[in-house]
Design a protein around this ligand. Structure first.
Ligand SMILES: Cc1ncc(COP(=O)(O)O)c(C=O)c1O
Length: 410
């Protein structure tokens, strides 16, 4: 039986996984073209072309590009009419920006539980928390798996609440043949460095609603009219949330490989599912049968310590990393972050102090925060690498006595 790498044995793999981001000479040329054009700012030809192409990619009528995914969420809630004192229902298993976007408008983020299979916001839990103050709900398509959009669309119809899709992990995913970003009122995307489509930093909102589009355009452009206004004519409150020509040039250049990488990740992740499902104590994130195409920003599985002789998750993570498989514990329970648990809302402290953000036990989120293991999207680009991941986990299983003793030594 080969010795575990964490105990001095040879690792399953020494070869690194695919680098990320992946750049080619054509990306360098695209940036060079912007430099030479002298048009470095925004609302130039690259930004315009990117918005057109990205709207098309998301099967949406409209797109407004912005500086980050956080800005996209903030802008989405702004145009959905969220005001100070309103409530916005969010999952507690997500990046902090999902909830911050609400707090940044003086609204109250209210945490509903997630579904244990999909790891996405549970619409039944969200519905149970709706009050007359609820203005918006933000389902996050976690790791690329679309949330239950059938039910969120019903909630929208029944209660007239805006549905803002957080698509930061899910560029190109589909629910019943329709792309994320086109399924709610507004979609919010991130192009931060680790994302499946990246320009280092960047973001976008997508919508099929022309009025929301016009509003988003004005707000992100310091309140200017989209067409016909003078430069110093500011008709509504807005801010500079604009993407630069540099970011748009990189995104346009990178878009020619998004489909090929998408297909590889999806095929390889399904293959990895088939390998990991056979291992006792490993439960991969489940795919809803209504999901017709799935992006993988992360590969998420639950690690059941009891099935691994009680070896704690952090020791498992260390052992897996030592075998040459990068991995992480991922998100904790977001509502425990001091910003929320202590109500440290900066300029909105007075408004929000004393509000209860957690109104239910969040049982499934606590399980995920305790048991999840994350692998990263760049690890899913080569099929043979999936065999290494499974082999490393199987090797750990075969050496549980030694690993348990190691854990007990501390
Ligand atoms: C689920 C989710 N939402 C929103 C964001 C915010 O995006 P950005 O980092 O571009 O502001 C991220 C970024 O990591 C994210 O993972």
């Amino acid at each position: 039986m080969p010795k575990l790498a964490i105990l001095g044995g040879t690792p399953v793999r020494e070869k690194p996984f695919s680098p990320w981001p992946i750049w080619r000479e054509k990306d360098v040329e695209a940036v060079g073209e912007v430099i030479k054009s002298g048009k470095w700012g925004t609302r130039g030809p690259k930004v315009e072309e990117f918005e057109r192409k990205f709207a098309e990619y998301c099967q949406c009528k409209f797109c407004v590009s912005v500086t980050s995914g956080t800005t996209a969420l903030y802008l989405a809630l702004w145009i959905a009419g969220v005001e100070p004192g309103d409530e916005v229902i969010v999952p507690p298993y997500t990046f902090i920006a999902t909830a911050n976007a609400a707090a940044m408008l003086g609204a109250i983020p209210v945490f509903a539980d997630v579904d244990l299979d999909s790891c996405c916001l549970d619409p039944y839990s969200a519905e149970a928390l709706i009050t007359p103050r609820t203005k918006a709900i933000i389902p996050v398509h976690l790791a690329g798996e679309p949330a239950n959009m059938d039910y969120f669309q019903l909630i929208k119809e029944k209660y007239g609440i805006a549905i803002i899709e957080d698509c930061a992990h899910a560029h190109g995913s589909e629910w019943r043949g329709k792309r994320v970003g086109s399924l709610g009122d507004v979609g919010a995307f991130s192009f931060q460095e680790s994302k499946n489509l990246s320009s280092g930093e960047g973001g976008a909102v997508t919508t099929n609603d022309e009025e929301l589009y016009e509003y988003a355009f004005s707000v992100h452009h310091v309140g200017r009219k989209r067409i016909g206004g003078a430069w110093y004519e500011h008709v509504i409150l807005g801010a500079n949330m604009r993407m630069t020509e540099f970011q748009a040039a990189i995104l346009l250049s990178q878009m020619d490989k998004i489909e090929d990488e998408f297909r590889k990740r999806e095929e390889n992740a399904l293959y990895l599912d088939s390998l990991l499902e056979k291992i006792e104590g490993i439960i991969p994130q489940k795919r809803d049968p209504r999901v017709t195409r799935r992006a993988y920003h992360l590969y998420v599985f639950r690690y059941i310590a009891e099935a691994f002789a009680g070896v704690p998750r952090d020791i498992f993570l260390r052992a897996l990393s030592a075998e040459g498989i990068p991995c992480a514990a991922g998100y904790g329970l977001l509502s425990d972050a001091p910003v929320f648990s202590e109500g440290n809302f900066g300029p909105f402290n007075k408004l929000l102090k004393g509000e209860k953000l957690v109104r239910e036990p969040l049982t499934n989120t606590k399980i995920l925060a305790r048991e999840s293991v994350w692998l990263f999207q760049n690890m899913l680009l080569e099929k043979s690498d999936m065999d290494d991941i499974a082999e490393a986990i199987n090797k750990i299983r075969e050496n549980l006595d030694e690993l348990k003793a190691y854990a007990e030594r501390g």
